[in-house]
Write a protein that binds this ligand. Structure first.
Ligand code: SAM
Length: 218
């Protein structure tokens, strides 16, 4: 199955379907990859696919039976200037859900969330996943249930005695460029979140997200 193009066709993907091929899909298969055969996927399954001779449809064949290598981690993240990089890396690393969180020090970056969904889709196609992570609408930090959530605690890089064990947490939150506010650190503690150190240096938020996910999936 190496080097066969992979195309996300939606979460209701099923064997026997015939879906309309977008111009982008048809061009990519027929003219860039010079093939009609592909793998199509969605909803945790992948299938053999074939572009019709007129280039208008993709016929969905048998389920390949391959298990989805995606994980079950939820990434809460404050939108940052490099949100595209954060989403790209987190998707490649198998995150199941991406939830933008507006924190006290989040800067308004005018993020195009449709473009972010496209980036997640392309990253999923390239990283052999059988699903694309959900990208939720932004939520307020104050609306989060913090119990059992790990948070990347930058105070570790300023000498605070923060551990590295996420204690089995399945969700992690990363602060914005300016970090978490004192009120948020209080709320994290009161809400039962678990602080983790990502090392002695301050990482940019997009790298912090990747390191935290790696820590939680080892
Ligand atoms: N402006 C903050 C400061 O100087 O303390 C740093 C913010 S950092 C660019 C963005 C986010 O990445 C932080 O809120 C935190 O969640 C995470 N982060 C970065 N470095 C970290 C580290 N060494 N340990 C834990 N979290 C870290």
């Amino acid at each position: 199955m190496k080097n066969i193009p992979r195309i996300f066709i939606g979460n209701d993907a099923a064997a026997g379907m015939r879906i309309a091929a977008t111009r982008e899909m048809a061009h990519y298969l027929a003219h860039v990859m010079r093939t009609r055969d592909c793998i199509v996927f969605g909803g945790g399954h992948e299938f053999a696919g074939r572009l019709s001779d007129d280039g208008k449809y993709i016929d969905v064949g048998a389920d390949t039976g391959r298990a989805d290598p995606s994980g079950d981690i939820t990434l809460y993240f404050a939108p940052i200037r490099r949100t595209d990089d954060l989403i790209n890396m987190a998707t490649q690393m198998g995150v199941a859900r991406l939830v933008p969180v507006i924190t006290d020090q989040t800067v308004a970056h005018h993020i195009n969330w449709d473009r972010m969904r496209k980036i997640a889709t392309e990253a999923a196609e390239q990283s052999n996943r059988c699903s694309v992570p959900d990208l939720a609408a932004p939520v307020k930090f104050s609306d989060l249930d913090l119990k059992g959530v790990a948070f990347a605690d930058e105070r570790a890089a300023h000498g605070a005695p923060t551990g590295v064990d996420a204690h089995g947490a399945r969700a992690v939150i990363i602060g914005p460029e300016g970090g978490f506010s004192d009120d948020e650190f209080d709320a994290l503690r009161r809400g039962g979140a678990v602080g983790i150190s990502l090392g002695p240096t301050i990482l940019r938020a997009e790298l912090a997200a990747a390191v935290a996910i790696s820590r939680m999936t080892q």
